[in-house]
Design a protein around this ligand. Sequence first.
Ligand SMILES: N[C@@H](CCC(=O)N[C@@H](CS)C(=O)NCC(=O)O)C(=O)O
Length: 216
Amino acid sequence: MQEVNSKFEVYYFPIKARAEPIRLILAFAKANWDNKNVGNWAEEKTSTKGLLFKQVPMLIETTATGEENRLVETGAIIRYIARIFKLGNKEVFKNSLLDSYFEGLYEIFCKVISIPFMTKEKEKIPELIKEDHLVKNFLVYNEDILKSNGSNGYYMGNELTYVDIVAYCLLDNYVTFTGLSLSDVKGIYPNLVKVYENVSKNEDIIAYKNSSKCLA
Ligand SMILES: N[C@@H](CCC(=O)N[C@@H](CS)C(=O)NCC(=O)O)C(=O)O
């Protein structure tokens, strides 16, 4: 893993949601990082430096020489971390293919985390997610991608990349919001569950999940 001497802060609401894949990837990268929670959003939305679109998450990096970098947009943040910690692929095309996988996963991720916020009838959330066409189709397409890599529980080659961590986070949300067990999901999306299992075994992910940085 690449040595990076920066300190990172994940500026977001004190919940998992959209910041969680960023937190997981920083943990997997063994980065020096912490949460920086939004306090008074109405005030911070307009007064906080670097919030280009007045939305969070934002990554705040303080480099070893004291320079500060602020980055918004989840995809840009994740790709930046993946690039500096080398969590993608050395070959330019293969790395861009990983970016395509990421974009497809992020599309479903956004849908899965937004349905519970948009639905008034909370008891309908599990079915709405399970039956959502975009979610269903894209999960099947991800099964195909994983089959084409030999059904080994990795998106590319035979080691974890940042995309596997994002898929793990997506599946975590899918299981939480549908109420399905992992073995139920294994019957429908076996290759995605293999990715989930591979990421779950990673010691840095385990340490993060057991730490106080991991929010409820
Ligand atoms: N395209 C952005 C969307 C960010 C976004 O929707 N952030 C929400 C929280 S999940 C937000 O800041 N909401 C508060 C607001 O818009 O005032 C990304 O992918 O990071």
